[in-house]
Write a protein that binds this ligand. Structure first.
Ligand SMILES: Cc1cc2nc3c(=O)[nH]c(=O)nc-3n(C[C@H](O)[C@H](O)[C@H](O)COP(=O)(O)O)c2cc1C
Length: 198
């Protein structure tokens, strides 16, 4: 595989995974190495306002889990059941003393973590639907730090495939009768607004 093909494969394979082998541990060192990818990523003004809380402890994971909302389009699925829950979490925090709005840095860092997770055989899901008040209570004093995003991680226990958004424009993901998760992506010609080339 050329590097370009391998990289495309990595990006394609980096899907949101919401069901995991909960009994397959994710080591703290793996989480640190994922954070290191975020640390090496671009940051506006190189201010680097992002900070992290790591959890691969069953007791802490059990407290974080109820703060999260899963797969809003799957109306009859309340989220992963016991045994399928994430084995680890990365909570991304913004240090508001360094920068008030960390959103662009956040996206870049989060995708670095997601790509790195796939590269090491893990899967993950970014979660913005977070009960931040409750999570803040669980995590304890986070002076000057805002909870931005949670990334759930573990060994994937579900198949996720990419589909093409049809003429009806419906972007909602769905799960078929075999439990395979389908994610529609817009077609390339529908997202290139203008193209200049000699
Ligand atoms: C900023 C952001 C926030 C998200 N928040 C949630 C969430 O709270 N719960 C959830 O189940 N998925 C969440 N997702 C995952 C999206 O639903 C997912 O990226 C989308 O369905 C496309 O699937 P894909 O990641 O496999 O391409 C989030 C993704 C992003 C980028």
């Amino acid at each position: 595989m050329t590097d370009t093909v391998a990289f495309r494969h990595l990006v394609r394979a980096t899907r949101s995974v919401r069901r995991f082998h909960e009994d397959r541990a994710v080591e703290r060192q793996a989480l640190v190495e994922l954070i290191d990818l975020a640390r090496l990523s671009a940051s506006g003004g190189n201010k680097q306002p992002l900070k992290y809380v790591l959890s691969c402890a069953a007791s802490m994971n059990a407290r974080i889990f109820p703060c999260l909302s899963w797969a809003g389009y799957l109306k009859d699925w309340p989220g992963p059941r016991k045994g399928e829950r994430p084995a680890a979490y990365i909570v991304i925090l913004g240090d508001t003393a360094i920068r008030a709005d960390c959103d662009r840095d956040l996206g870049i860092a989060a995708q670095s973590i997601m790509l790195g997770s796939t590269a090491r055989g893990l899967g993950g899901c970014m979660l913005d639907s977070v009960n931040r008040r409750e999570l803040r209570r669980i995590l304890g004093p986070l002076h000057g730090l805002e909870i931005l995003l949670v990334i759930a991680l573990g060994t994937p226990r579900e198949e996720v495939v990419i589909e093409t958004v049809g003429p009806d424009g419906d972007i909602r993901y769905w799960r078929d009768e075999r439990g395979v998760h389908h994610v529609p992506k817009r077609q390339i010609d529908d997202i290139i607004v203008a193209s200049y080339s000699d």
